[in-house]
Design a protein around this ligand. Structure first.
Ligand code: 0RA
Length: 650
């Protein structure tokens, strides 16, 4: 979930409609978000979205995505096929218009309103503009039509290439390597999105085939995603590594006030809340009106049931919204004709008319369920009461912490070596594994803007602990007091007081070994569960210390992998014949002196930081619960599968 640091000057906010495709090539980031790994994969989503729209319109049930051997992509569907007749206004084939005019996609057919349309919703013409080659093949009216393009420009007029009694659209494109930082597709990234799309749009079969990866029998790696149960199955999938509190998934599908609403929810025995909210197949990380509707429906219905059943009568404490969501896993999906996206990352739904329909849907399905399942209802309400009690205990713990910090003056942890700069935007904090490496980092840092906070080995696994235990934990307390932000407010445990954040770069610096990765994961789990905004806003980074020092005489250079090391050895040997080159393998941060640590890992001029991002929120939640949970087999499977990406040193 991390990727190389990069800077974008343009954001999706600045999109100007109806420019030529040249504009897309000049400012690609403005249209597809970025030109890194994310943007590269976004091209596929953009094309697939068109096929999904055709499926939602009721004309297509099969989509096949091929990652070809050369990292070009083919998307094929069995829909009606993009119309090929002459477009009277443009005096060109409609196919050519769709492929070469910005924002032309889906504009022909008023009956099918476009609901998927990707986060940027820029249309397939953008994909065309950013591809060195694209070929569109349409099967309809008994014929096969085709047209090819280079960087968005047609190579010939739409022509008939043969006959066929099938219908559908097929697009093959090769992303332009002069525009994208990388052109290598990641199977798992595409797979996660295709799986998500299959759950969100039940009844569509989506096949992903990787032709770069062929087994001994000559069969390419492939997966088929198909969901008959939609969100009902999605919720079970999200909870597949958790212990269920109730075995059912409570489910609603229908239309309320003209808005298609689909909701599924269930409870597990954990303490974390996991609600994935979608609008037009887009994961709305920042929530919005549909999420408010969901919360309102859930809180009102459960509160009413608990009160009416008399279960709350003997409780002296008040119950609030958060208490109803401990251990909750839910997926909400709405389709909105003209969505208003707000918020920092444009993933917050603003349409006010969506709240009531979602709230109604949730109330309806949940009150029915509670009436019909009294024993499950009791289990849920008991859990809510337990959550309320724990929250009160947490508040007491927090008050104690705050009172203590008043007594110590600054309120900052004793182990923190702070920087002198006060402007948070310029400040960095390193969370360093162990006191000894912490000491080295303190000597090596630029104390003007770099703060060091050593952490004692393994911090608490927040996935398995209740909130008050987490708040009381010494290392966790050190983390949040050093950062200056609080967690777990009464109103909303997820709303951080980010304006108080004391550093805009929060850097995790661990040894490059299994223990280091474990500690990294523990810290990331804490941030993901309790300070997700820090990740979403791009404040969290991982330092990358080198694995080798290669030295000849007084000249020392560093390597981060084996290839680099071998090249450096060759370079240093130069024409000379002696093997006087000395290679040192760093096992931990502690083996570097202060100067080396600064030079390789902390100096902004020469270091590499990996920024932590959330690519796929639903998948991410699942991975953390699996990595940190009790169930061993899925964890082993994940580690075995991903071992090739990680450098594990035992
Ligand atoms: C507009 C009208 C019609 C089909 C499509 C769009 C269409 C677009 C894409 C993009 C990928 N797959 C697609 N499948 C269909 C059909 C209008 C008609 O036939 O009457």
């Amino acid at each position: 979930m991390s990727e190389e640091v990069k800077k974008d000057n343009y954001s999706a906010d600045n999109i100007q409609v109806l420019e030529g495709l040249e504009a897309v090539r000049k400012r690609p980031a403005m249209y597809i978000g970025d030109v890194g790994v994310k943007g590269l994969h976004h091209l596929v989503y953009e094309v697939v979205d068109n096929s999904i729209d055709e499926a939602l319109a009721g004309y297509c049930d099969t989509i096949i995505v091929h990652i070809n051997e050369d990292n070009s992509i083919t998307v094929r569907d069995n829909g009606r096929g993009i119309p090929t007749a002459m477009h009277t206004k443009e005096k060109k084939s409609a196919l050519e218009v769709v492929m070469t005019v910005l924002h032309a996609g889906g504009k022909f057919d008023k009956d099918t309103y476009k609901v998927s349309g990707g986060l940027h919703g820029v249309g397939v013409s953008c994909v065309n503009a950013l591809s060195t080659h694209l070929k569109a093949t349409v099967r309809r009216e008994g014929k096969i039509f085709e047209q090819e393009y280079s960087t968005g420009k047609p190579l010939y007029d739409v022509r008939v290439a043969g006959e066929s009694n099938e219908t559908g659209t097929e697009v093959t494109f090769t992303p332009d390597a002069t525009i994208f930082e990388t052109t290598e597709y990641n199977f798992d990234t595409l797979a996660a999105r295709m799986r998500e799309l299959a759950f969100l749009n039940k009844g569509i079969k989506i096949t992903l085939v990787d032709l770069r990866n062929v087994n001994d029998e000559g069969e390419p790696a492939s997966t088929v995603y198909y969901s008959e149960g939609g969100l009902k199955e999605f919720a079970s999938y999200l909870d597949r590594n958790r212990e269920p509190l109730i075995t059912d998934v409570i489910y609603f599908e229908g239309e309320r006030e003209g808005i298609p609403v689909e909701v599924a929810l269930t409870y597990n025995t954990s303490y974390t809340e996991n609600i994935q909210a979608y609008v037009n197949n887009i994961n709305t990380h920042e929530g919005g009106t549909h999420l408010s509707g969901f919360r309102r429906g859930l809180t009102n219905t459960l509160k009413k049931y608990a009160t009416d059943s008399g279960m709350l009568a003997k409780e002296k404490i008040d119950i609030d919204g958060d208490d109803f969501r401990e251990g909750l896993t839910a997926v909400v999906s709405v389709k909105v004709a003209e969505p208003q996206f707000e918020g920092q990352t444009k993933t917050k739904l603003g349409n006010r008319e969506v709240t009531a329909p979602v709230s109604q849907a949730v109330s309806e399905m949940l009150s029915n369920y509670l009436e019909e399942h009294p024993s499950e209802a009791k289990i849920i309400v008991d859990k809510v009461i337990l959550a309320a009690r724990a929250r009160h205990a947490a508040r007491k713990a927090r008050e104690l912490v705050q009172r203590k910090s008043v007594l110590t003056g600054s309120g900052l942890p004793g182990k923190l070596a702070d920087c002198s700069e006060k402007d948070a935007a310029k400040c960095e904090i390193y969370f360093v594994e162990g006191d000894s490496a912490g000491g080295t980092a303190k000597q090596g840092r630029d104390r003007h803007f770099q703060a060091i906070m050593p952490l004692r080995g393994k911090i608490l696994n927040v996935e398995k602990a209740m909130q008050h235990k987490i708040l009381e934990n010494e290392e966790i307390k050190n983390i949040y007091t050093a950062l200056g932000v609080r967690i777990g407010t009464e109103e909303d445990s997820k709303a951080l007081n980010l304006e108080k954040l004391r550093y805009h770069k929060v850097i995790i610096m661990c040894d490059a070994d299994v223990d280091g990765s474990h500690i990294e994961t523990l810290i990331l789990t804490f941030f993901f569960r309790y300070m997700k905004e820090l990740i979403e806003k791009g404040y969290i980074y991982i330092a990358t210390p080198p694995l080798y020092q290669v030295k000849k005489g007084t000249k020392a250079v560093y390597a981060w992998n084996d290839d680099q090391r071998d090249r450096l050895i060759q370079d240093l040997k130069g024409g000379g014949s002696e093997s006087s080159v000395n290679v040192q393998r760093y096992k931990g941060l502690g083996e570097m002196n202060a100067e080396q640590l600064w030079e390789t890992t902390m100096n902004p001029e020469s270091r590499t930081l990996r920024q932590v991002t959330i690519e796929n929120a639903a998948e991410c939640d699942q991975i953390f619960s699996m990595l940190m949970g009790d169930d061993v087999p899925p964890r082993r499977e994940f580690i075995e599968k991903n071992a090739k990406y990680a450098k594990i040193d035992i």
